[in-house]
Design a protein around this ligand. Sequence first.
Ligand SMILES: NC(=O)c1ccc[n+]([C@@H]2O[C@H](COP(=O)([O-])OP(=O)(O)OC[C@H]3O[C@@H](n4cnc5c(N)ncnc54)[C@H](O)[C@@H]3O)[C@@H](O)[C@H]2O)c1
Length: 334
Amino acid sequence: MKIGLLGAGSWGTALAQLLAENGHEILLWCYEPEVAHELNHDHTNRTYLPDISLVSTVRATIELEEVALWGPVVVSVLPSHVVRPIYRQLAPYLRPEHSIISCTKGIENGSLALMHQVIAEFFPWNERILALSGPSFAAEVVRHKPTAVVIASPNLVLGHEVQQIFATPWFRTYFNPDLLGVELCGALKNVMAIASGMVIGAELGVNAMAALITRGLHELTQLGLQLGARAETFSGLSGMGDLILTCTGTLSRNRGVGVRIGQGESLSDILASMTMVAEGVQTTRSARDLAHREGIEMPIVEQVFQVLHENKSLRQGLAELMVRRLRDEGGSRC
Ligand SMILES: NC(=O)c1ccc[n+]([C@@H]2O[C@H](COP(=O)([O-])OP(=O)(O)OC[C@H]3O[C@@H](n4cnc5c(N)ncnc54)[C@H](O)[C@@H]3O)[C@@H](O)[C@H]2O)c1
């Protein structure tokens, strides 16, 4: 099958490789012309996925419309802050027969829209928008490390077709009809990843890490239920699975940001030193705004927001978390 991909960062390149290895014909849209040139001539992407030789049938382009004209499937692997402008440009070339699989993990600042909701503004056949999410570091997928993810769509037939497109003996795909819940989990876990990095960087201990993952999942679940997500999604691959990966895995960039904050660096210095995106930094703002809008208490999200964006000290944020009014564990209040 002919598959176009948007975004040649780590994840887009890894998925292009996976799909090419699965026998599909791949066209990969790159933002940077030099990345496209390197992909086409050297079959590498040293900026975003070093030390990997790509299948020579992965072809790169910098012409956005070529991806839509290439075939019926578009795999969207852009950073969340560019999804809107890129789809605005792509919209005239999208057709009702396209299927769009969003692999981006984020919530747009301001609109507080999930990625399938942003894409739907430019692609009105919204039952053909799906998501791929779950615990999956690009660097492991390209090395054929066993990985399991979720394909989410309210459209059962399409969801099962897309499951087949991605599945390989090292990349197992499950189906989940809860598109909203799956996308929400994928975005919110990045906030907890930053918090987990803070725990590591400030040497707060493994008791704190276990408490963070558990109470973090509770916060995600409360917000998700309020927004209409299914409870089971939060204990699945895109929920608990991705939360465990990103809070414990050293490859997580969001966790890396938190580690450096915990060691005393400023957010602006950290971001200035990074080429790649750490989605959690912006998602923290959206998550906190969503919690306020929905009237859901998310104390960990709130403190991460204040430490990142309001210059609160980590020590102060932690103190406030620990002495909050005591609660029942399973209650709807966090
Ligand atoms: N890296 C992973 O292992 C992984 C795994 C699962 C999901 N994701 C998600 O996939 C999405 C993409 O992440 P990534 O790791 O591939 O990112 P990355 O940081 O590796 O790459 C960023 C990409 O954004 C592009 N870009 C930068 N500025 C742009 C602009 N103005 N317009 C268009 N494109 C621009 C760059 O060319 C590059 O392709 C994120 O939402 C991330 O959370 C990543």
